[in-house]
Design a protein. Sequence first.
Length: 431
Amino acid sequence: MPRGAVISVIETSKDRVPENSGFLALAALIIAGEAIFLLPFVLARIFRPTFIDIFGITNFQLGTAFSLYGVIAMASYLAGGPLADRFSARNLLVAALLATSLGGVVMAAIPSIGVLTLLYGFWGLTTILLFWGALIKTTRELGSVHQGRTFGLLDGGRGLFAAVMSSVSVLVFAALLPADVETATLAQRGQALAVIIQGFSGMCVLSAALVWFFVPPTPRTDTLAGTGVTLRCLQQVMAMRTVWCHAVIVLCAYVAYKSTDDFSLYARDAFGYNEVEAATIGTISFWVRPVAAIGAGLLADRFSGTIMLLWSFVVVMLGSGAIAAGMIVPGLPWLLLATIAGTSAGIYGLRGLYFAIFGEANVPLIQTGTAVGVVSFVGFTPDIFMGPLMGWLIDSSPGAAGHQHVFGVVAGFAFIGLIATALFGRTNRMV
């Protein structure tokens, strides 16, 4: 088939999706988009002190497990992007969710560090190779001209779902422990954590059902496109300067996002909070996420995604810089809460927007999956280095000092992201 006919078929395939199913489809994508990351990331983010104790590991060992996830994910981004351009998104999403839930069954048994590390590698395949490109491409198709709003709703909705799940999980965790949390044995804490893991695994199965019923199937286009078109598409995307600026923006924003893993542990180490109190502090960031992401998305449609990214990086730089400078001291809990909330607003403003600017980068719709793969390959490298780096900094400098070093790194990357965003805007105007 001629290349022009191939592109025509692919471009018009999105028109087969019924318009009246858009809202339910987006809702299903929102739930699935966060449910699949509950086990690999949200669990350790909320219950990090407990997680480390129950599995008998150090921060560095947990970081190493995250690093293996990142290595597998790196290859999966490049392969998963074209995959999303060639196969039905619904089938890819459902398969990814069900496979991820099986990993939860293994984790609930509290395996050894070796098995746990391999499990994170497995999740690198299920959450990225099969899932990520399909999620972003389907969302862009649903968004039409309102990219800021749609991606803001995606990340904001994911944030609201994560906030609800995290708050409920903390309540369930506390209910499964003795009234005096400090007296809970390691076995009791392990049993409580296993229940949370099982619940997160069940949510993956439920979200798979929602995707199957509410996200319309899209026709596979691999037999039409062929290897030649796929390689040509990859070459075209990689030749775009805006795509490389975009990749650096995502990288710096994702470094900031990875730092949210440290909020609960920071509360315990620097302020002496117990495990339930520390987990509660960790949930604050989740509740900020929907407001920040949706708000940034709406403002981006009114002004521009580039402008809102600039302001978000400024907020992250100031908030993380305050922690790094030791300005957050014990005895002022309101200051800790305000700093976490403010920094989280900047972080989730970035997350709500960094995939909404493909239109500003002049990436054709039919090349979205491939562009997502290229940008993600560079942008999500913090999955490889941030876990071990954070673990090493925290373990090497006990107490508040290690956490200050972590947020010093975040502030530095936020500054780089500010520069990359300015270059993105300038390059975009030159295209």
